[in-house]
Ligand binder design. Structure first.
Ligand SMILES: Nc1ncnc2c1ncn2[C@@H]1O[C@H](COP(=O)(O)OP(=O)(O)OP(=O)(O)O)[C@@H](O)[C@H]1O
Length: 205
């Protein structure tokens, strides 16, 4: 298993959101997280990504296995598209950015500062960053926001290529991505208590 989540409970703002979540993700698998607004998909992904501690339960994954892409693209505004990817490739110790540029049709934008990209182009660059992490488990929160139909398909193809190469993906989304895989509705894990149980301060995460 690349990721094994066992009896996990997690909170947001100290208030329990989900409890007793268990699932596993093996190489080659895609798991789509579903659930209405506010049901806890982001909270679950943040906990799995290590941005906040679980209330209970276990998350088993190899150290450095998970690449997390949040709502924000996390781009360096004054660096160009190519410089952004090279920066992250350097952080993660991978080399080649050409494959990432090609996967999201960014070659023609390689020399443009990230701050001058459109919203969808920024999102494509944020997703291209996943390819230079070299990490096997992608944990993605609403990855297709701002993407047009062609870019959604680019993204889906990048996920297919990633899992075909032995990776795995956990994706919170409200849209149909056309990916073969399983679906997990987080609504079934809604926490029974809604009173504050933790003082963990997530303000700066
Ligand atoms: N910073 C925060 N502090 C306190 N509560 C929060 C915070 N962020 C989110 N929440 C609450 O936590 C609950 C779960 O939110 P979460 O973002 O995990 O849901 P979601 O399923 O990802 O929703 P969406 O589909 O709208 O993205 C919601 O009730 C939300 O209002």
């Amino acid at each position: 298993m690349l990721l094994d989540v066992h009896d996990l409970s997690c909170a947001r703002g100290g208030v329990p959101v989900l409890e007793h979540v268990s699932f596993a993700l093996a190489a080659g698998e895609v798991l789509v997280l579903r659930g209405p607004n506010g049901s806890g998909k982001t909270t679950l992904l943040r906990t799995i990504a290590g941005l906040q501690p679980p209330l209970a339960g276990e998350i088993r994954a190899a150290p450095g296995a998970i690449a997390y892409a949040a709502h924000a693209d996390g781009l360096k505004a004054t660096l160009t598209v190519a410089e952004n990817l090279a920066f992250w490739a350097g952080i993660y110790g991978t080399g080649d950015i050409a494959g990432a540029l090609a996967a999201f049709a960014l070659e023609g934008l390689a020399d443009r500062p990230a701050q001058n990209l459109s919203a969808g182009q920024k999102r494509r660059l944020g997703l291209a960053r996943l390819l230079v992490t070299g990490r096997p488990v992608w944990a993605l929160d609403e990855p297709t926001v701002s993407l047009d139909a062609a870019a959604v398909e680019m993204f889906a193809e990048a996920v297919r290529t990633h899992v075909a190469a032995g990776g795995a993906a956990l994706i919170a989304t409200h849209i149909e991505l056309g990916l073969a895989g399983l679906t997990l509705d987080v609504g079934q894990f809604r926490a029974s208590a809604e009173t504050r149980v933790s003082d963990f301060d997530e303000a700066f995460l």
